[in-house]
Design a protein around this ligand. Sequence first.
Ligand code: AMP
Length: 278
Amino acid sequence: MQIFCTIKEVKSFVDEKKQLGNVIGFVPTMGALHQGHISLIETSRKQTDITICSIFVNPTQFNNADDLKHYPRTPDNDIQMLQDAKCDILYMPDVNDIYPNNETQQFDFGKIGNVLEGEHRPGHFNGVGQVVSILLKGIQPHKAFFGSKDYQQVMIVKELVKQQNLSVDIISCPILREPDGLAMSSRNKRLTVEERKVASLIPIIMKKAADLAREKGVTYAKLYVDEQIHQQPLMKLDYYEICDAESLDLLQDIYNKRAISLIAVFVGAIRLIDNLEI
Ligand code: AMP
């Protein structure tokens, strides 16, 4: 695996490979890699000829300075994991390579940008838009792979690609989970042993709530989640919503609709998100 620190180097490598007829796949990450990230690399390797991974902890998408400061950084381990996964290129820029002029860009993603994570983490999706736009324009891959763990983020990225008329396929990949069902996340590394135990309740509560939504309705399911999380002193619910899977409109009933439940919950100081189709 070759490691580049500038987007210019990545682009000239990509241009060379494209001229030879290769299909380029791209997996953007913030590092502290786990098997969920590696599953994206594996999917890219299956669907493309060359796989590029980026590791960049993007400051503009953090709405909480403490979260940015304490975001896990494990570069040596990340490089080893990517090598083992046979990733071709790792792009590991510093902040000046991504934002050379300190310019900010404002996006309007419409309704999908203003609910759920958009509402609870102001500025977050604008930061995601900035970095993804710079990466996709700079690298120009044929396909870019994103995890559906960040369900709303995939929708935002697809909207960004549409708005900016970029010629790249955005591929949404399934959520990888720990054996006890907790969605893999770099932030899980920050949980204490006790918090980690409690966090495993999240997928269990979501599964039961999905059943309740089908059997007894959306309001009942939401009350159940509220109650269950409230009972755990280490947890605090940020939101739990049941939405139309395509528009993210809040649903009062799920009859005849493709519905998805989405949760954000603090476990101690760590904010975790997850989602489950209903
Ligand atoms: P991050 O490093 O958290 O920004 O994530 C980089 C990419 O990996 C994003 O597209 C995430 O949605 C994806 N990802 C993170 N966790 C998982 C997971 N458990 N399963 C699948 N994809 C994931």
